[in-house]
Design a protein around this ligand. Structure first.
Ligand code: ATP
Ligand code: PAF
Ligand code: BAL
Length: 282
């Protein structure tokens, strides 16, 4: 596996893939790779001849006071894991390569509607940062296909809409969330949890599952279920950010007739913010 840090090197290699008629897959990440990321790499291998994984901790999607500086950077470990997966190329640019004129002067991509509410409300500017950097990565790598995780459900919806609205010629594949044995969604931020917090963490997935079961059982009392789930999270030691029952496609609050529902949740354990979701069909 090769690792490149500059756009010039990346472009030269992508050009040679194109000359050989290869189908290119992209897996955008922020590094500190775990089994969730590696499942995306495996899926990309099924859909493409060569797989480019990017590692870039994108400052534009972090708000003031968030964990940009603390975010784990583990390039050597990540390289070993990608090598073992048969990943073809790792693109790990420094900030100066992606934003040579600085963040303030950077052209930005705004995706309306699906980026509003939920994480978009709690992290103002976050999805603008995500859409901007993902559109840039698409232009840098020019992949045929790109793979993202459903763990970041709203992010995936934002990227799908951006691709549709801007006619970007990339197939977007979403992959189900990979979990630890106790149900906790794998995430780089799980590494911030203390041993005691890690024990409590699976309650987030459990409460999503219990609420999903109540919905499948026929309950339409969305507001009541949301309040009960937030109270249960608090009782489990979390500080809930949101627990919302939404229409799976629009991400707007669910209406009684909706058949495809998604439960979106974010909650803090100490200073660590965890997100998770569950989709059901009635
Ligand atoms: N448990 C998981 N299962 C499937 N995909 C995942 C999982 N965790 C992350 N991903 C996907 O990996 C890609 C890169 O995500 P990222 O590098 O932010 O990882 P992360 O572990 O979610 O980190 P963070 O703690 O910042 O949320 C995204 O498409 C994300 O949805
Ligand atoms: C898609 C992404 C790599 C853009 O920075 C990031 O938001 C992530 O890791 O999910
Ligand atoms: N996994 C989404 C990236 C972020 O939280 O900034």
């Amino acid at each position: 596996m090769r690792t490149v840090h500059t756009l010039k090197e990346l472009r030269a290699i992508i050009r040679s893939y194109r000359t050989q008629g290869k189908r290119v897959g992209l897996v955008p990440t922020m590094g500190n790779l775990h089994e969730g990321h590696l499942a995306l790499v495996r899926r990309a291998h099924e859909a493409a001849d060569v797989v480019v994984t990017s590692i870039f901790v994108n400052p534009m999607q972090f708000g003031a006071g968030e964990d940009l500086d603390a975010y784990p950077r583990t390039l050597a470990d990540d390289q070993r894991k990608l090598e073992a997966e048969g990943n073809t190329l790792l693109f790990a640019p420094p900030i100066s390569e992606v934003y040579p004129d600085g963040l303030a002067r950077q052209t930005r991509v705004i995706v309306p509607e699906v980026s509003e509410g939920h994480c978009g409300a709690s992290r103002p500017g976050h999805f603008e940062g995500v859409a901007t950097v993902v559109s840039m990565l698409f232009n840098m790598v020019q992949p045929d296909v790109a793979v993202f995780g459903e763990k970041d459900y709203q992010q995936l919806a934002v990227i799908r809409k951006m691709v549709r609205d801007l006619f970007i010629p990339v197939d977007v594949i979403g992959l189900p969330t990979i979990r630890d044995e106790d149900g906790l969604a794998m995430s780089s931020r799980n590494g911030y949890l203390s041993a005691a917090e890690r024990k409590k963490a699976p309650a987030l997935h459990r409460l999503l599952s219990e609420t999903g079961a109540a919905l499948l059982g026929g309950s339409d009392d969305y507001a009541g279920l949301e309040t009960a789930a937030r109270e249960a999270l608090t009782a489990e030691g979390f500080r809930p950010d949101y627990f919302n029952i939404v229409n799976s496609l629009t991400l707007k609050p669910a209406s009684p007739g909706d058949r495809q529902l998604t439960l979106l949740a974010a909650a803090f354990l100490g200073t660590t913010r965890l997100i998770d979701n569950l989709s059901i069909e009635r």
